[in-house]
Design a protein around this ligand. Structure first.
Ligand code: SF4
Length: 163
C-alpha cells in the first residue's frame, strides 16, 4: 500500500512530475544548494524547540502544547506558499482523523514571518480527492510530462526534465 506523506502533498500542488520522481525514489538531491540551505535553516532555526516529532507517517518540524496543539512547519521562503499550506493541512487533517484538533503555523525564519493555517471542512473534503489523485499519479508507469514553471531552474530534477 502506498503511504502518503506531507512531502507528496506538497509536490502534488507544486509539480506532479516531481511527485512521481519522489514517490519512485529517483533522488537527485546531491549538489542542490537550495536543498542544502533548507536543511541548514532547519538545523539553525528554533534550536531550543523539540524538533522532528513523529506521529504515524508524519514528521513535524516542531510542536507546541498550550491549550491547543500547534504544529509548526519551517520553510526557506514563501515562493511556494500554497504547496507548503497543503502539506500542513494534510498534517492537521490526519491529526483530526485521529481525534486531535490541532492548529498549524508556517514559519519563514529568513523572512521573520509566520502564517497561521487552519483546516476547514472544504479543505478536508479536498484532501480526500488529493490523496486519490496522488495514488493515481504514483501508479503511472512513466512520470507526467514536464510543465515548465518559474521554479524549475531551482529544482533538483531540472537537468533530468530538460534532456
Ligand atoms: S524541473 Fe520543473 S517540471 Fe521537472 S520535476 Fe522539477 S519542477 Fe517539475
Amino acid at each position: 500500500m502506498i503511504e502518503i506523506t506531507g512531502v507528496m502533498i506538497q509536490y502534488f500542488k507544486s509539480c506532479k512530475r516531481e511527485l512521481w520522481f519522489y514517490a519512485h525514489r529517483i533522488n537527485m538531491n546531491y549538489d542542490n544548494e537550495d536543498i542544502a540551505l533548507g536543511k541548514l535553516i532547519h538545523e539553525k532555526s528554533y534550536s531550543r524547540e523539540n524538533k522532528e516529532i513523529k506521529f504515524d507517517n508524519m514528521a513535524f518540524d516542531f510542536v507546541k502544547k498550550t491549550n491547543n496543539l500547534t504544529i509548526f512547519e519551517v520553510k526557506k521562503s514563501r515562493k511556494l506558499v500554497e504547496p507548503a499550506k497543503y502539506q500542513l493541512y494534510f498534517y492537521l487533517w490526519n491529526m483530526k482523523n485521529s481525534g486531535i484538533d490541532a492548529k498549524g503555523v508556517l514559519v519563514y525564519p529568513d523572512e521573520r514571518k509566520r502564517e497561521s493555517v487552519e483546516l476547514t471542512d472544504e479543505i478536508s473534503r479536498e484532501m480526500k480527492i488529493i490523496i486519490k489523485e496522488i495514488k493515481k499519479i504514483i501508479s503511472l508507469k512513466t512520470p507526467p510530462k514536464s510543465i515548465i514553471k518559474p521554479y524549475c531552474k531551482k529544482c533538483s530534477y531540472y537537468e533530468l526534465c530538460m534532456v
